[in-house]
Design a protein around this ligand. Structure first.
Ligand SMILES: NC(=O)c1ccc[n+]([C@@H]2O[C@H](COP(=O)([O-])OP(=O)(O)OC[C@H]3O[C@@H](n4cnc5c(N)ncnc54)[C@H](OP(=O)(O)O)[C@@H]3O)[C@@H](O)[C@H]2O)c1
Length: 363
């Protein structure tokens, strides 16, 4: 019996009266799939369970996703293998990968070692990867996942996401191929047994709603940026209502992506914030731990990235304590809101996204 507790922020202010028909359908689906036991916590239809001493969320596909996963973007070759091995030994059961991170082969080496040592079995892990923008053509989708599976040394992924609603080299006013066409190819991966759940990433409310009108399999997850400097609350609440789980990326403010993303090196991130530091000091924790705990406490899963053993262990150590209601509210009310990964590298005067408003639909 676990002794940990996770206070999930409730979304009780969202009333069914305002639900669209899609949202009502989602709500009925989640109710009929509710399989609560003593250890489960429910929040607005999302089901949380403890397994392996870690809180999991039950996705709309029935599979369980561990709330804290290791990020691997920018984790260098020569470092990422050790990071993944250390993380799994330390208790991580969820690893977030992507083809474009150019390190899936090294993550695969780590997984092979871990399995050989018998530390965990494949079924104990939750492995995510993502379809890159160069493979949206439906004929390219299966080859892309096969390449990732081969690099990771796996026969299936737990979750495969469309990384961005963007296509490499796309000119013209519309996304080509249209997102829905790529999504249909993603759906076939589930029936082929190559992936268990499929989802989206960086998808605005408007683009998500359009996809829901045409898809056969609902996305299980929307992976988006979220931290106190970019709460992304309206999109998160919309996904919650739809039964689409949200995973928060760049939870520490992604300090190592500043030059890659064209942010000034001097731009302050949430780890440097005075209030975050005050809360951390009060709790005897680090700012990074406060940010990871904040994400879990608000009901998202979260992907802190680190290649340092002490940091990645500390980032997982957020389950036996909590942020007080008062401090949680302080952390959730910063007026300064700014994306760290704003997708400006996708803008093209000849393509479908000429401005950031086109990409994010002005959320
Ligand atoms: N779907 C998408 O489009 C998308 C976009 C962005 C990110 N992601 C995913 O989300 C993951 C996390 O986001 P992110 O990599 O942008 O950034 P992040 O996790 O917010 O921040 C990572 C940075 O924080 C440092 N760090 C980690 N733990 C720390 C600690 N305890 N104390 C101080 N510094 C610490 C890391 O350094 P060290 O490594 O040197 O420790 C690294 O510089 C990614 O790796 C990726 O898996 C997905």
């Amino acid at each position: 019996m676990t002794t940990f507790s996770v206070d999930i922020t409730d979304f009780t202010h969202i009333t069914e009266e305002n639900f669209t028909e899609k949202e009502r359908e989602a709500s009925r689906f989640l109710e009929s799939n509710a399989n609560l036991n003593d250890e489960a916590i429910s929040s607005n239809g999302q089901l949380y369970k403890f397994r392996d001493r870690q809180p999991h969320v039950k996705l709309n596909t029935g599979y369980s996703l561990p709330l804290i996963g290791l990020g691997t973007w920018k984790s260098e070759k020569g470092q990422v293998q050790a990071a993944v091995e250390t993380a799994i030994r330390a208790g991580y059961r969820h690893i977030d990968c992507a083809y474009v991170y150019e390190n899936e082969h090294e993550v695969g080496e780590a997984l092979r070692n871990i399995f050989k040592e018998g530390i965990v079995e494949r079924s104990d892990l939750f492995i995510t990867s993502k379809l890159w923008n160069s493979s949206h053509n439906p004929r390219a989708v299966e080859a892309a996942v096969q390449r990732t599976l081969s690099d990771l040394g796996l026969s299936y992924l737990d979750l495969y996401l469309v990384h961005w609603p963007a296509v490499t080299g796309n000119v013209g006013p519309q996304l080509e191929p249209p997102y829905q066409v790529t999504w249909r190819a993603m759906e076939t991966l589930v029936s082929a047994g190559l992936v268990r759940s499929i989802g989206v990433s960086n998808l605005s409310q408007k683009k998500l709603d359009k996809l829901l009108e045409e898809c056969s399999i609902w996305p299980a997850v929307n992976q988006v940026e979220a931290h106190p400097y970019f709460r992304n609350s309206s999109l998160i609440q919309h996904c919650e209502i739809l039964g689409i789980h949200v995973t928060a990326y760049s939870p520490l403010g992604s300090p190592d992506s500043a030059s890659l993303m064209g942010r000034p090196a001097t731009m302050q991130g949430p780890m440097q914030d005075t209030v975050v530091k005050q809360v951390a000091e009060k709790l005897g924790k680090t700012p990074a731990q406060v940010l990871v705990r904040w994400a879990v406490q608000r009901g998202t899963s979260v992907l802190p990235k680190s290649v340092h053993p002490d940091r990645l262990r500390a980032n997982l150590d957020v389950l036996e304590w909590s942020i007080s209601k008062e401090d949680f509210e302080r952390l959730s009310s910063f007026s300064y809101q700014q994306r760290m990964v704003n997708g400006s590298f996708l803008l093209n005067p000849k393509g479908p996204y000429k401005t950031l408003e086109d990409l994010w639909d002005e959320e």
